[in-house]
Design a binder for this molecule. Structure first.
Ligand SMILES: [Zn+2]
Length: 152
């Protein structure tokens, strides 16, 4: 079998940030890398799960919701994939910053965290999610929309 494109990125050189991972037709896949790969520090499952619920809720309620195709955690627990359609890099970055700010400041019950709405609703860690979102927000706010590339 062929090695898929995301495995061809050199993960030993990957820093925290946001990168255009691939383009499939009019769909862009954004690599939102919250942790340096293989450095011993990863999102816990409860943290990643909570971020997933909050990120998806925010993105699908934002001004850019028509351009949001999918939001989900990486299995390696070092970040998230955001799939967009019809958004410029500046808009995708603005959406991501908005969602990380929302997650960092979130208070109250996690949306969708109930037995009827989720497959593992007890596996949530809001304090960790808020902490990790705040840490990543600072990284995202320092990014320029024309530098969201692996080779930038
Ligand atoms: Zn869930």
């Amino acid at each position: 079998m062929e090695r898929i494109a995301s495995f061809c990125v050199d993960h030993t050189k990957l820093k925290r940030g946001m990168y255009l991972s691939r383009r499939d037709g009019d769909v862009d896949t954004w690599d939102i890398r919250m942790k340096e790969p293989n450095h011993g520090d990863y999102l816990s499952t409860g943290c990643a799960h909570t971020l997933e619920h909050l990120f998806a809720t925010c993105a699908r309620n934002s001004a850019y919701k028509e351009g949001v195709v999918y939001v989900g955690p990486m299995g390696c627990r070092t970040g998230f994939y955001l799939l967009t359609r019809g958004l410029t890099p500046a808009e995708a970055l603005r959406l991501t910053v908005e969602c990380y700010r929302f997650m960092a400041n979130f208070e109250g019950p996690v949306p969708g965290a109930s037995e009827t709405e989720c497959g593992n609703y007890r596996d949530m860690d809001l304090p960790a999610a808020k902490r990790e979102a705040a840490a990543m927000l600072a990284v995202l706010e320092a990014l320029s929309p024309d530098a969201l590339r692996y080779d930038a």
